[in-house]
Design a protein around this ligand. Sequence first.
Ligand SMILES: Nc1nc2c(ncn2[C@@H]2O[C@H](COP(=O)(O)OP(=O)(O)OP(=O)(O)O)[C@@H](O)[C@H]2O)c(=O)[nH]1
Length: 531
Amino acid sequence: MIALDYAFCLKTGEAIFPQENLDAFCLALGQTLNTLAGDSHCQIFLKSVNSSDWRQLSDIKNENLTAALPTVELNESTQALLLSLLAADDHKLRNDQYHLLLPLNMRGELLGCLVISTTQEIAVDANAKNMLALLLSGALDSHLQHQLLACEQAKHKNTEKKLVQEVCSQKGLLEQLHILHKISLRLWHAHSMDNMLHTAVYECIHALDFDRMAIFLLNSHTGLMRGTYGTDIDGKVTNEQWYCTAIHEHHHAKTTLDKKRHITINEGSELYHDNKEVGTGWNATISLWDGDEPIGWIACDNLITGTPLKSYHSELLKLLGITMSQHLIQRRAQDDLKALNLSLEHRVAERTSQLEEANRRLNQISREDSLTQVPNRRMLDERLEEEWRRALRYQTPLTILIVDIDHFKQYNDKYGHALGDQCLTQVAGALSQVERRAGALLARFGGEEFVFLLPGSNRENAISVANRALQAVRKLEIPHGDSPVAPIVTISAGGKTTIPEKPNNQQQLFIDADVALYEAKNAGKNQAFVL
Ligand SMILES: Nc1nc2c(ncn2[C@@H]2O[C@H](COP(=O)(O)OP(=O)(O)OP(=O)(O)O)[C@@H](O)[C@H]2O)c(=O)[nH]1
């Protein structure tokens, strides 16, 4: 018979200082029992907080403590024994052993129980039982609180560690975003789409946290994607505009676009360059969008330095995608506007030149005789006014020579008006070749009359011009059967040379020249008079 009395409790209770030392208490319990009853077995079971399940905390066979936290599940026989003891609360012989169940309570709650199994019957003093339960409950509670505290401390440490990692990662992301912002500012200053794409690849691989980058542009209308700039296996920026393939043939592009996914990151995947596998590492595919329209995608990887994938990479690459999308949209709009402006400028220039030509032609027509194509009277008046002013200012001579076809009425009457027109044209052509000095002008004055304006010409030169004119027309030998002067068309000329004395008096020159012409006609025609 084992007597669990006050002395037993004191002996085992000695071990509970420090109070949380449950293991020491259990060992003392086992030792004391062992000295009292030889072969003994103590087990401490814990009740789950939220259910009626039980688990084993300690198992003390004689002096050997074999279990402690974490608790272990009960095997079938232990489970059955515990349930029967809990139901009966006695220490009768079961399976050749006596069992004593000691409930362990704390703050009115059942924490667990102690089961002592011996081969001898156990005599328990009620006070000793209470004291033992009290001691063990205290040690167990303290042990559990201690475990809980340790667990909380571990959790706290873990949270702290995660926090430090998170802060580091946030710091890294902030740094990278700052760099991305700087790159973005540089891209606004790119002078062309090509320059922008090259700058983007160059700046990103040198400043952001990845090794290689390539940008592809998509044409959703043709279903084609083409390369722009990429990075070779040594980290140099390369022109990849030769690369062109159908979108549906490119696995990454297709997956990203089909799923409308903005970013896909694969770790431990094969990395490629020029369609050849060149290593393994992480790679990322970032799609670029203009609203709902896919406009391109970016590929990044860590081929060269193997830089590890960081927690901020996903966020960083997403923002890189958004930034590049904005630049592409803006650059395209700028290029379209530029092309539109160029085409408008071209059309305006074309239209302006057409208008200028039309104006020139109009100007010419308005100053040209429509039949003979020599300058008309309007032109003559303008030039005479101009030359009169000049001659007045520099006091230089100015001559007017009026030329009239002889007996042209008879010519018309004999040959008809149409041949008359033809004759006028031929005479005009011949006269316009007579004087080629700068400033000289031949104009049709009206009807069958022509006028030479000869700036800087004195009377002597005027006579020479008049005679050459007569000669030139005669040389045409246009038959004139009804002319009393000659069998061919002839002309008469009357001229006046003057040095102007007052402005706007040019009409007097005409009057005088007309007088001279009259004299030439009166004298038998086919001759010239210059006053
Ligand atoms: N075919 C043709 N005839 C014209 C044109 N302008 C004027 N005439 C004619 O030219 C003729 C001029 O006749 P006149 O003024 O009598 O002079 P003319 O017959 O040459 O006699 P003279 O001057 O004295 O030698 C008229 O019969 C006009 O009809 C024209 O553009 N075409």
